[in-house]
Design a protein around this ligand. Structure first.
Ligand code: AHR
Length: 317
């Protein structure tokens, strides 16, 4: 349905929005739960500025109802397009239908939803299952057949990265009978919750002596957990292996210090490809691919973590 509405509205956008770079775009961001999220916000604002886009920013403070309210406000303001990083995967149909009725294209950033793809123009993000699988495969190779009891810090419950990174990791370790996930709980993608939940894992697992590895769905939770491991008198990176996702500067410092072992990169530049797609669409109706995939890369202690830290430390994380 939206495809029909979007196609029908091309002429309106072409006349109304004018040349590329003259658009007004609403951005509903999840919040500031992690270093990665802060970087995504910074990159989006910088990209918008460079392109002369009037970006209207709304911070939802982790609440879907705030995101839906912001999107309704953007629709009422008559913006040319909406970017949304959806905090959870379900519950978006109504507001997306409202945007479609108003002929406003919506682009998803970094997290996916379970609505019909007809209800949004495109989604920019990584293969979240692949990220988890890479982390799992790394662990299989790192423990090389040794028995390994794993604790898992999940992301925000109901979010696509939490669902998909869990699935991917399980796929990555499938077939390795020596590896078992013994505890798994949400740390909500935050450093504080990561530390608290890791403390409870350590307590429940013989002070940490029965834990071989931590898998965290993001680096911030891993950094919090590393602190908890140190406070328990153990050496993160040695007594307990640490693998996580994002590749933020702080995890490179931990890798350089030998306190983390591996991270899978998630680029914070989702806005560049999103604005490219929107500018082409608004200019002449060019339809983008439904999913614009960003790269994921594994980094370990062997990949010059000190240099990677230096290269990233001023990028808005
Ligand atoms: O949706 C991407 C995830 O959200 C990042 O991995 C995490 O750090 C953030 O909170």
């Amino acid at each position: 349905m939206l495809e029909r509405i979007l196609m029908a509205s091309v002429a309106v956008f072409s006349l109304g929005a004018g040349a590329a770079g003259a658009q007004t775009i609403g951005f509903s961001q999840i919040g500031s739960e992690s270093g990665w999220r802060a970087a995504e916000t910074t990159v989006t604002m910088n990209e918008a500025k460079e392109r002369g886009i009037d970006l209207r920013f709304s911070d939802a403070q982790q609440r879907q109802e705030n995101q839906i309210a912001a999107m309704r406000s953007f629709i009422a303001q008559g913006v040319d397009a909406i970017l949304v990083a959806p905090v959870v995967a379900t519950g978006w149909d109504s507001v997306l239908e409202e945007a479609a009725e108003a002929e406003i294209p919506v682009v998803l950033l970094d997290r996916m939803i379970d609505s019909s793809p007809d209800l949004y123009l495109t989604a920019v993000g990584s293969d979240l299952v692949h990220e988890g699988r890479v982390a799992g495969e790394w662990l299989v190779s790192a423990v090389n057949g040794e028995e390994c009891r794993v604790v898992e810090l999940q992301g925000t419950t109901g979010s696509s990265p939490a669902i998909d990174r869990k699935k991917g990791f399980e796929e990555g370790i499938a077939g390795a009978d020596n590896i078992e996930i013994v505890r798994s709980q949400t740390g909500d993608f935050t450093r504080t919750r990561g530390k608290e939940v890791m403390e409870s894992f350590l307590q429940a697992e013989n002070g940490g002596a029965d834990i071989c590895a931590l898998y965290a769905h993001n680096d911030d939770m891993a950094v919090g957990a590393i602190q908890a491991i140190k406070e328990a008198g153990l050496k993160p990176g040695e007594d307990i292996l640490v693998v996580s996702i994002d590749a933020v500067p702080d995890i490179f410092q931990a890798l350089a210090a030998g306190e983390a072992n591996a991270t899978v990169e998630l680029t914070p530049n989702m806005a560049g490809p999103a604005f490219d797609a929107l500018e082409a669409y608004l200019a002449d109706g060019t339809m983008p691919e439904k999913f614009i995939q960003t790269e994921s890369k594994l980094y370990t202690q062997a990949d010059d973590p000190a240099g990677e830290y230096e290269a990233r430390k001023d990028l808005g994380y």
